[in-house]
Each structure stands twice: as structure tokens, then as C-alpha cells.
Write a protein that binds this ligand. Sequence first.
Ligand SMILES: [Zn+2]
Length: 380
Amino acid sequence: MDTRTGHHATGEALRHRIIENKINIVLFDNCVVVTMDPRRRILRNGAIAVVGSTIAAVGDRSTVRAQYPDEPVKDLKGWLVMPGLVDGHVHLPQALLRGAADELPLHQWMSSRIFVLEGVFTPDDAKVAARLAIVEMLKAGTTTFLETLVLGRHALGELAEAIAETGIRAVLPRAVGDGGGYLDEAPLNEGLREPPDVAMQDAVSVAEHWKDSEQIKIWLGPRSTGGCPEPLLREVVQTARGNGLGIAHHYAMTDREVAYLRRNFQATPGEYLQRVGLLGPDVVLAHCSGLPPEEIPYLAGTGTSVVTCPTGPVSCSTQASTSRSGPTPTPPTMAPTSSVTSSGSPICRSSATTTPPSCRPRPCSRWQPSAARVRSPWTT
Ligand SMILES: [Zn+2]
């Protein structure tokens, strides 16, 4: 399919285009193909024909080979070929900080180690960390990810260029905050503070540069509760909607956060989201581990996505929460979300379970096929 026009090329038209443009054709043969077609077929004796960057045919080996009898064949020897996975919650810079604070409770993990170390990052550090994280993601089959907090000191424009070179799809929300950290318990390091209006201008400017890209999306990422007061959060929502940007936000991570919302904003988590307008198909909320079940109706039906980060609550809850433990249950009435993955990449002690709206896997039109042995994505 032509992704610009959405039209399928006929066999004859495709052949002309191939000859005129010297497009490469490769037949990936002898593989198990997990499709994303309406019937979710798994073809145990499959083959895929790739023309340029377009999947031109998927099917039984004999059928596809008959369609492309003279093309180069790559024998995948029974490997699994599947659509790329999507990781919905990644912190690229923390790729370099793994193991630096694993023994600490959440608030100390943030304020006495991670914020301090991130507070001295240079743009080059951010690029090195991003490349490491992306290599790990690609090796695990992840082809799209959602970052959550790109800071001024990471140089969003440069970072986006470096990420684009890798070929992975990325959603990069620019962090916006007023200088506060998490609730009133984890102050932000001086090196992470920056004026919110500068951060939003940066996001809008870099987003304009990438506005036509299918690979890189720039969003806004208001800091967690405590780092982005209500008036600023409203401004972030307004700026994002005014510029067609999505929003990613850490939210309701712990029971203490829920209590903080009641104490400081006289609202339940759902009431607060509704009040500031932070609900909708352009919003991804990370964690929500502390979200009481009775709050789910505030989100249901709005199109809001929740990235539950199943491994995060195991750590955050046992160390930081007062009454909940174990992985976050997936709210059954939430807006439909796709499955996902863990890439094993550095991720706020977490990995994703849902897919941000703008990076849901698409039908195979521009899918870059990758082959991998059947194995757990956690064992890279
Ligand atoms: Zn996070």
C-alpha cells in the first residue's frame, strides 16, 4: 500500500514503479508470520515479500513465491516474524543510570540519586543513553516507544535527530514543570529546573520541525503531581491542544499521591483530571497504580490511554505505597488499548502495557519486518 495515498498498487503499477525507481525486493521465506490482519492469522509456513519499505505480500510460502519467482530470497529457517512492539513508557537517559539506586524507596530513588545524576547530563550524554536504550529495544522487537520527560538539558532537537537516525519510531514529550519534584517528598534537583514557558516554546518549535514526520512525534510532558501546579497544568493542556500535540503525564502513581490530590486540590484523581481537562484521546497517563477502581469511570469512554507499567508498581508499591501492592490491574472498562511489551529498557522501573494513541501498530503497510527467534522479550 502507498502510505501517502492509502491506495494499493495493482500488480502492473507496482512492477512499473519497481523498474522505474530500482526498488529493492526481498522475499522473506520459511517463517512463522504473526499478522495484524482482521483475523489475526498466524501463518506457520509463511513468507513475506517486501518491496522497498512496503510489505507487498504476506501469505503461504508457495503462494508468495509464485508471485515473486525471480526475486532474492532470504531463508528465515522457521523464525518468527511479527509486527513491531510498542513500549509505552521509557526514560531514555536512565539507560545510563541502571543499578544506581535500585535499593532505595521511590522518593529517595528520585531525589537523592536519579534527579541528581540526571541533573548533570549533557546533550551528548542524552544521545549516548538514547542509543543504548534504542539498541536494546530494537533487539527485543520494539519499533515504537513513548518517552515521557525530555528536558532542556537533553536538547530535544538534537536528541530527536539522533533518534531518527536509528529508524525507530518515537514519541518525545518535552517535560514542563515549575521546579517542583514528586508531591512534596522528592524535590527536583537544581540541574533539572527550567522555566516552563521556555520548555513549552522548545516543544512547539521542535514539533513544527517534525510535523510531517511519521517517525518522530513531539508532545508535552507535564511533570508529575507536585511538579506541575494546577494553573500550569491547564496551560500545558491548552498549549498542547492549540498546537496539535499529545500529552504524556505520570499520574496517580501511589496512594500518597491520591491523598496529596485530596489535600491540595480537594479532588479525587478523576475529578482533578476532569477539572484541568487532562482527559481525551490525546492523553497518555503513566502508572495510575494508585487510581481507586471507583475513579475509572472518569477515564472510561474519554479515549484516555493508561500505561500501567506492570513492573513499576511492584517496586513503587512495596516501597512507597501504603496499602496497595502487586501489579496494577488493567481497568476493564478503560478505553481500548493495544497490547504490548517490555523492551527491557530503562523505564522508570517499569515497562509499558498500553499503546499511546498515535503509535498504535498499523496494518502492515510500512512495517519493517524483523526476524527473531521465539523468546521472551525480557531476555535480550
Ligand atoms: Zn516514568
